[in-house]
Design a protein around this ligand. Structure first.
Ligand SMILES: NC(=O)c1ccc[n+]([C@@H]2O[C@H](COP(=O)([O-])OP(=O)(O)OC[C@H]3O[C@@H](n4cnc5c(N)ncnc54)[C@H](OP(=O)(O)O)[C@@H]3O)[C@@H](O)[C@H]2O)c1
Length: 358
């Protein structure tokens, strides 16, 4: 089988490096071009990720895959789109807007940025959760007279929340949600918080994060009707904080459901979803989409982040919430750089490829 030729834009960044690893030896996709800013353009990959003191800044652990070491990083303008089938974009949202517009005019773009997330003809896709909204990509393509489309992932904090709410919404209805996040340092990218600021500390504010979580969760859990997404009718309040954890976001969630919900049944609900999940068998899919713990000391970032190679969402501390007539509280863990960005984007590409959209 001929592999689809793909480019990674933002290949030197935190998420870009995770893309390099997630696409290593991929059975369907081959990285044939890489790009970053003018700062890196023209350099071999290994030189582009060197620090000023000559040491290499490889943030994702393990060895740097051989295939990328000697590839030359291009500027976005130097990419030869005629030789590509798809682009993965991992640049910050301001720069991403122009880049993704230009790329989508020619070919499909899967993005980890927020540049296009809030447009009415753009679905925010989480494979296994709202696959049916992928049909909106055809509308987007027509509306904008593009040969491709932009399919963004959600913000990495939204991902775990939407994934864990979906089974509750389908079975019990969800009316209100309160969430406090404890987000990893790597979620801020290469230029995120400094060690001096985050060590022995918690930062109780992440710019724009709470608004993103509210908008995105309702859109993802909404329904596609007559070519438009109707947001889910859920009221959401959240506080997003940065904590001294390297990778993986933990979230404390309180959910008011429409129907009575027995916390003892929660494990069965998530296990049933594990059996039925649409992404089963895709190359980047974990064996279990949901992991459930009755041990009250789980989830913990250090213990959960390798589960399912970062693609499994872990749930624990499930209890009845007495503040609501019907409801639960729980704690979730979701890997921001794996399911929440690069590898989740590769899983999305696999889902869309299977649907014949790439
Ligand atoms: N970190 C996470 O956990 C996470 C999770 C979900 C979503 N996201 C989103 O993913 C995107 C990337 O995040 P990140 O954490 O990887 O950021 P990052 O570490 O700051 O990396 C940014 C990348 O974008 C490149 N870049 C910057 N300006 C560019 C331009 N004008 N043209 C081409 N490339 C340009 C940089 O290249 P140079 O090295 O050459 O400067 C670098 O490769 C952001 O939109 C972020 O919000 C991040």
């Amino acid at each position: 089988m001929d592999k689809k030729k793909v480019a990674i834009i933002g290949v030197t960044g935190s998420v870009g490096q995770e893309f390099v690893r997630s696409l290593y030896n991929h059975p369907w996709f081959e990285v044939t071009q890489i790009a970053a800013s003018e700062r890196s353009a023209g350099k071999k990959y290994l030189d582009a990720i060197k620090n000023a003191d000559g040491t290499i800044s490889w943030d994702v652990g393990g060895e740097i895959p051989e295939y990328v070491k000697e590839m030359t990083v291009k500027s976005v303008d130097e990419l030869d789109v005629s030789q590509l089938d798809m682009v993965f974009s991992a640049v910050e949202s301001k720069a991403a807007r122009d880049i993704e517009t230009k790329m989508a005019a020619e070919l499909p773009v899967i993005s980890t940025s927020s540049a296009y997330r809030y447009e009415s003809d753009v679905p925010i896709l989480i494979p296994g959760i709202n696959d049916e909204q992928a049909e909106l990509l055809e509308t987007q393509k027509k509306n904008r007279n593009w040969k491709g489309w932009v399919a963004p992932l959600p913000n990495c904090t939204t991902t775990g929340l939407a994934i864990t709410l979906k089974p509750l919404l389908d079975r019990y209805g969800v009316k209100r949600v309160m969430m406090t996040s404890m987000q990893a340092i790597s979620g801020g990218g290469k230029s995120g918080v400094s060690a001096m600021v985050i060590t022995d500390n918690i930062i109780p504010y992440i710019p724009k994060e709470e608004g993103k979580v509210k908008l995105e969760t309702k859109k993802i859990l909404g329904k596609l009707r007559d070519g438009k997404i109707e947001d889910a009718d859920i009221r959401i309040s959240c506080t997003c904080t940065r904590v001294p954890v390297l990778d993986g976001h933990t979230e404390s969630v309180f959910v008011e459901t429409a129907k009575d919900i027995d916390p003892a049944k929660a494990k069965d609900i998530y296990n049933e979803y594990n059996q039925d999940i649409s992404i089963s068998g895709l190359p980047s899919a974990p064996e279990k989409y949901y992991a459930f713990h009755e041990d009250p000391t789980r989830p913990q970032p250090r213990m959960e982040r390798e589960v399912g190679d970062g693609m499994t969402t872990t749930i624990g501390r499930v209890e009845r919430e007495e503040l609501f007539e019907n409801g639960l509280k729980y704690v979730l863990f979701s890997h921001n750089k794996k399911m929440g960005s690069a590898k989740g984007a590769v899983l999305l590409a696999e889902m869309l490829y299977k649907k014949g959209k790439i």
